[in-house]
Design a protein. Sequence first.
Length: 608
Amino acid sequence: MVVELEYIPGITLLEALRQNGAATYLQAPCGGKGTCGKCIVRIAAGECSAVTSREREALSADQLKKGMRLACQVIPEGFMQVELPAAGGADILSSAVQFSGRLTPLITGQKVQLPERGNKEQVSLFDSLRSAVVGIEDLSFSAAVADSLARVVRRGDKAVTLVLDGNRIVAQKSDADKESIRGFAVDIGTTTMVVSLVDMVSGTVNDRVAALNPQSSFGSDVISRISHASEKEGGLRELQDCLADKLLGMMKQLSLRNGIDFGSVYCAVLAGNTSMLHLFSGVFPLGIAQTPYVPVFTEGVKYIEGTGPLGGSVFPGMITCLIPCRSAYIGADITAGVAAVGMDQQLQTALFVDIGTNGEIVLGNSSEMVCCATAAGPAFEGAHIACGTGSVDGAIFALKEDESEGGLHFSTLGGAAPAGICGSGIIDCAALLYRQGLVDRKGRFLPVENLPLTVPGELKSRRIQLKGEEVFLLAAGAESAHGEPVYFSQKDLREVQLAKAAVAAGIQTLLDHRCIDAGAVEVVYLAGGFGSAISVENAFQIGLLPSELEKKVEAVGNTAQRGAVFYLLSEDFRQRVENLRQEMEYLELSFDKGFSKKLMAHMYLDTR
Ligand code: FES
């Protein structure tokens, strides 16, 4: 994809691409600091600043010769034409959701008989409606609703469907429209977003759409985005606007392709981590990133129609509700997810683990719940990994020994030439290196001359030095999508060890807090796209989860998305999520004295 950019003095090419809306196609995990080396573009035409030392470190001579540059290091000096990497098909988990409980949606429709025009008792229109509406006291309404109802009565209509937000009339519809009360259930992930279109009358999900979070070009992790929002003039607004614009675009896309009138969408429910919900609301988020990690709000927020970041003219009647969070690092994605799998109603002791840019863990059952969040780092999302990538075409997502030939066998998304390695492939690779004896239990790459005799020759030949680093070669430049080698390095393995140790130590801390052994846990819910994609066997092999849990794992998919749908449709579910906000115990690991010791112990690849 080639993008043409107007010249704006004094900003980097990455910033210009963000302003143009094209940065969605770029990876920029470090948020523009020049340290990740991922924001690679090709300058097709135009004048710009000279190659920096950071670019010389990150790019090969061949790449520089071809005009490749790091977008965050380039200062345009005039009009520019820039070639962006091919946008891979984002493979985002957006599995189908079915709701089967008692339907008590956030927005309801109730058909009522209208009073005769000019009744002799002189009962006002709204007093008549108050007696006609069933099950609702203190009916309230706005002047706009009163005006439209008065006109309907004047016209001589006999009945109308009132659209109700609790006891508040938000709109009236002619009787024929009763069946069309729609809502959106939204999961705002740090990396990816899913919007589902929900029929609130029947409780069915009609359609859904997924996309990358456009804030990714400001950094792959929430901390980079909080820094941008807190430190840069207008940064918070920039992050809020790009998110709201993208969500509205996804909502419009869903409505148009399903033939839904924008005026019949009455509610959007948003799940997401606490930082995402602060950024969505345009609320200064710095407290989340700095000790003692205090968010501005955790309660559910409701923006009535016409207000809030989505309250413009596109969906004029749409209310926006944010699902309650528990703490700075246990967000609405987790409260909604835990309720969606039903952990808060079960007698059996369960562990809920959601590994993304952070690792959130909940342990408990219907009588008590305790949770924590680990700074697992985004290694499992491909960030901070030399050839790491998201789930895009060409990403190596599965990897194993080729048993018949003693070599390596891998699969890429879309069957494309290898372009990098994503989270599930990273776990497979770490497990394979340890299993085959190419690294020791401390995660040290063994010198080639010290490799055990059992290591097959083909795997041994992949243990090379590249750019001064010890690496395991996955694909040579000639085989890869971009002509550069794809590899997994010693430094990458250290990142994986840190991430897996953080999750494992978090689990251990919760178990110790409840004074139970891992064996007492009856089921492990592995949530999120990562949980569904990984080889559970390999995750256990590198000690991501305690070995006692090996036969108890259930991959439960995108529970945040499912929770957002249920929140839209069930009062009981909404109450349960609120109970989790108020009652689930939260442990802040950075204040836990024993945590660092556990973290160190779990750095070994054989610590389960
Ligand atoms: Fe440019 Fe990280 S090096 S965004």
